[in-house]
Design a protein around this ligand. Structure first.
Ligand SMILES: NC(=O)c1ccc[n+]([C@@H]2O[C@H](COP(=O)([O-])OP(=O)(O)OC[C@H]3O[C@@H](n4cnc5c(N)ncnc54)[C@H](OP(=O)(O)O)[C@@H]3O)[C@@H](O)[C@H]2O)c1
Length: 324
């Protein structure tokens, strides 16, 4: 496993990170022995970064991750999150501090390595219309609170989720004040890494990965398999969430699966063994990605993804064919 330093932090993160979210679902709905086996194997394979959030299984993901890592006596890096609701306007400090305390308790830790804002970001917080999307002035407050928690020793570093309005995200990254972004980046929507082609049908992420890297901000790629659609298989694993809301791609999951077929030629022409390999290696090909998170439903999926990461970047010829 190769490692990257996450932006200007001193966190040395594995190129593949373990996603403990609800979509893959292993750390939320799995049987405990299977979670332990998968986390143990991940550590053995060199994965040292685990991403969770209070929202994943209503705290269950943090509880399970904390329990497994304690049992394994593992020194892993943990990133978790804070999501503000419309009711938190005017009490951002209190809301974040309370959420971080609860996460520390569920994880059974004294410090969180990386705390991240889970909300989308826009220019202003329209609490009635879109309570999840906070505004840039509120982000300034969030950053101040995160910095205070760092001084108190509760968190080591902090970051944002780079979802919401692209122009607002561009402004947030230009201003900085945080050490990492989590950003959707995959074959169906690669615009966080490269220019959108003519008539690109989804939200463009304006090459924010390169902008963040230039500012010394660490980049955590999310949704690298578009929630599973990039496997090309519409069926969901039994522990996976059976309802995936696409992020910045088609409206419904089935259409993402169908869209994935436009990359079948990569398999037919022998450039990769399957679409999951293409998708994983596509993300790994971007040198500005510090770590790519994978949602996991089973040990087999983990083993396979690690194998593909180890194969490294796609060839220049394959990347050129993908870009058409
Ligand atoms: N900050 C945020 O707002 C945010 C948003 C999204 C995600 N995240 C983070 O990113 C992580 C990953 O995102 P995600 O789980 O949403 O999406 P993802 O990694 O794109 O997709 C996960 C799905 O891919 C499929 N998969 C995984 N490995 C596979 C393999 N080897 N072969 C075939 N299929 C495979 C599984 O589907 P099946 O189960 O159907 O097989 C799994 O449920 C999350 O766990 C979370 O930590 C953060």
């Amino acid at each position: 496993m190769k490692y990257n330093i996450l932006g200007r932090t001193d966190l040395r993160v594995s190129r593949l990170g373990f996603g403990c979210g609800s979509i893959g679902g292993l750390l939320v709905r799995g049987e405990y022995p299977k979670m332990r086996q998968a986390v143990s194997r991940a550590l053995e394979l060199g994965i040292n970064y685990f991403d969770t959030a209070p929202l994943y299984g209503n705290g269950q993901s943090e509880v399970n991750l904390g329990a497994v890592l304690r049992e394994l006596r593992a020194e892993a890096l943990i990133g978790t999150k804070v999501r503000l609701t419309g009711k938190d306007a005017g009490r951002i400090g209190e809301a974040i501090t309370g959420s971080v305390e609860e996460s520390l308790h569920r994880l059974g830790r004294e410090t969180i390595d990386l705390i991240q804002l889970h909300n989308r970001i826009g220019f202003s917080w329209e609490r009635e219309k879109d309570p999840d999307r906070i505004g840039l002035p509120d982000l300034d407050t969030v950053v101040e609170v995160f910095a205070m928690l760092e001084r108190q020793g509760k968190v080591r570093f902090w970051g944002i989720t780079a979802m919401g309005e692209t122009d607002a995200l561009r402004a947030a990254i230009a201003k900085g004040g945080f050490q990492s972004i989590q950003i959707p980046y995959n074959l169906l929507n690669p615009t966080a890494g490269e220019a959108a082609g003519e008539g690109f049908p989804f939200q463009g992420y304006g090459k924010l990965i390169g902008r963040a890297a230039q500012q010394g901000i660490g980049v955590i790629a999310i949704r690298i398999l578009a929630g599973g659609a990039l496997s090309g298989n519409p069926e969901r694993h039994p522990v996976a969430s059976n309802c995936v809301n696409p992020i910045a791609s088609e409206e419904v999951y089935g259409d993402d699966v169908a869209r994935t077929r436009r990359y079948s030629f990569l398999v037919e022409e022998g450039m990769v063994s399957n679409l999951v390999e293409a998708a994983v290696r596509f993300v790994v090909s971007n040198a500005n990605v510090s770590t790519a998170l994978l949602g996991i439903s089973s040990l087999e999926q983990l083993e396979q993804a690690v194998k593909y990461v180890e194969l490294g970047r796609l060839s220049a010829e394959t990347l050129a064919k993908i870009r058409g």
